[in-house]
Design a protein around this ligand. Structure first.
Ligand code: GLV
Length: 313
């Protein structure tokens, strides 16, 4: 049996060459009949490389009797059935830390883009509207309040960046943090009511599904902006569409969506919305570092060394 890695993701730009020396690697996206490719090597697959949108379900885990490790090319693990992995003693790794700065930068880029109308302004110049007069005014981030949902690594990096803009930080999450002086809210709607920018930086998955609902959006109010670099599942997308359409909130900067890569078309015509295709960590530097972590975790596992970044479930 050739030890086989089932790659659901390419680890671009690093690629999978380093693993191909020691393993047979199935690049599932290149297979004409993916299910048949998995079936043909079912008993040989010892590792799966996953990424958001390329899910490792209980069904896939159960179909692979010799699976030992799932290495996620992402920090979030809501694409993996962690419970099914735990039951089988399969280790799971992710890519924390290396993507923190870039993901926080993406959140700030979205905040500035919506508040300062960057994308709208770009179109204004390109299509010649400037010739007919000035565009509408933007909103100043300085002196405002950022409500951060999830004060983990990325939430904290967003907070640090916001502080440089003179923005006050408050936060919501399951627990109050002892090492920060920011005001804590255990009630999300209450925090949203006092926030100008509601940043979502929490984990996805069942615990946070639709925690941003119509009530939270109404609390955020007609001057408030929603910035989501977490997971689309955190927001009730239908409620968001209604809130944006009715002017219940001022705008939104969204990097993630409930059913990626499908984005509600209603958003496409809204000037007060900036959309990105889930690119929080998508820089050459960060994706290279993430790919390296995936490879190092797999090699460490099969050489009996400690994992670099295990997910502690
Ligand atoms: C990206 O969404 C990640 O979880 O790393």
């Amino acid at each position: 049996m050739a030890k086989t890695i089932l790659a659901l993701s390419s680890l671009y730009p690093l690629g999978l060459n380093e693993l191909e020396g020691g393993f047979h690697v199935i690049k599932l996206w290149q297979e004409k009949y993916p299910d048949a490719a998995i079936r043909a090597h079912q008993a040989d697959i010892v590792a799966v490389i996953a990424t958001p949108g390329r899910n490792v379900s209980r069904g896939l885990i159960e179909a692979l009797p010799n699976l030992e490790i799932i290495a996620n090319f992402a920090v979030g693990t809501d694409n993996i059935d962690l419970e099914a992995a735990r039951e089988r003693g399969i280790v799971v790794t992710n890519t924390p830390d290396v993507l923190t700065g870039d993901t926080a930068d993406a959140a700030i880029a979205l905040m500035l883009a919506v508040a300062r109308r960057v994308v709208e302004g770009d179109a204004y110049v390109r299509i010649g509207k400037w010739l007919n007069g000035a565009m509408p005014l933007g909103t100043s981030p300085g002196g405002k309040v950022a409500g951060i949902v999830g004060l983990g690594r990325i939430g904290r990096a967003i907070a640090a960046r916001c502080e440089a803009f003179g923005i006050k930080i408050v936060y919501h999450g399951p627990n109050r943090k002892k090492d920060v002086s920011y005001d804590y809210y255990d009630d999300l709607a209450e925090m949203a009511a006092g926030a100008d920018f509601l940043f979502l930086a929490c984990c996805g998955g069942p615990d946070t599904k639709h925690i941003v609902d119509a009530g939270v959006l109404n609390a955020l109010g007609p001057k408030g902006y929603l910035i989501n670099i977490a997971r689309g599942s955190v927001v009730d997308e239908q409620a968001l569409l209604i809130a944006l359409r009715n002017g219940d909130i001022a705008g939104a900067g969204l990097d993630v969506f409930e059913n990626e890569p499908h984005v509600p078309e209603g958003l496409f015509t809204m000037d007060n919305v900036v959309l990105l295709p889930h690119v929080g960590s998508a820089t050459v530097e960060t994706r290279t570092a993430m790919g390296r972590l995936v490879i190092e975790n797999i090699l460490a596992h099969f050489s009996g060394n400690p994992l670099k970044t295990p997910v502690v479930a």
